[in-house]
Design a protein around this ligand. Sequence first.
Ligand code: SF4
Length: 386
Amino acid sequence: MPAATESLVERCREIVEDLSLGEVRRWKEAHPGARAIGYFPVYAPVELIHAAGMLPVGLNGAGDRLDLQYADARFGSFICSIVKTTLEMGLTGLLDPLDGMLFSGICDSARNLAFVFERNLPGKYVDFLHLPQNPSSAASTEFLKGEYRRMGDALEKLGGRKLDDDALRASIAVYNENRKLLRDLYGLRAASPHQVRTSDIYLLQRAGNFLPVETHNELLREGLGSLADGEAKPRDSVRIVIEGAFCEQPPLDLIRLIEDAGCYVLDDDFLLGRRWFTGDVPAYGDPLESLASCYLNHSVYSSVRHDFRNRRHKLLVEKTQRLGAQAVLFLIAKFCEPAYFDYVLFKRELEAAAIPHLLLEFEEKAFTFDRLRTEVETFVESLLFD
Ligand code: SF4
């Protein structure tokens, strides 16, 4: 790996693994009086937060770096890790730099988390966004615009600053740039998976959770430049697509293990909300209309949203075939209901298309992966020597 890429990836790893939200604290020191708003996955309209002069902060749990002391008492044992570690971060002061939290109805656990937060952290702005579940309804765009307007009003009140359409259009433009750079990064990896490690682009992407989008854009441009310059010899590997990790994120070591065991990852759904739109959101006209319409009509498929116009099970097969992948690896967080409900349907569709797949379950707090390594290696060998 070129030295420039190595140091950039290392910098991103430090940002991502800093549970004290050091980048957010520094941003707030440099912007006295300004607010930072955390958002829970999968998707959040970060443009609204940005246009209100605030820092949107993506939260994806605490990984294996935090012991649960308090959150276990608020949730049953059958709840996914991200819900508990995010709450633990709140209860232990790690989220103190945040002035508010935004949630949406992706699943029952996330819905409950919003209200547990509200009750346990009084004084913090906590909002719950109702994202429409029926994109084909003519009323959905108006409904979503109304939700965005309501959220915008709350942000104005919190920040004491008017959220006007020009600011929102400018925010859409800068996030369009961010999503384009991420698409370029993903495109580079799909074209040259031997040259671009998934664990590296994962860190480059996730660092953006804690940085102003303008800074993240610079970082991505730097990353694209250095990754494109890298050289690596192709090796015997299986070309795969990863599905199921759209909310809780697998441990970094598990991502590395999958690559080291002989997988070239051509696409994944890590941090899916950062790449929610399939193209640019119009940065002209009515910005709320643009954001709402693109959420409903120009976005990726997801297990946390129904869209009967675009069946996600067929879309996974189409994507796998279009990329020339040989198999699908399901990487699903323990107790993630949306992912497990969909797995049944994905599996049926993949089997009908004769595409092999493997299911691996993970938890944030996992330190040894011996069993998973054996499973992936066996899967890779079965495909390589079939
Ligand atoms: S990991 Fe799954 S179950 Fe847990 S909050 Fe996310 S979508 Fe819900």
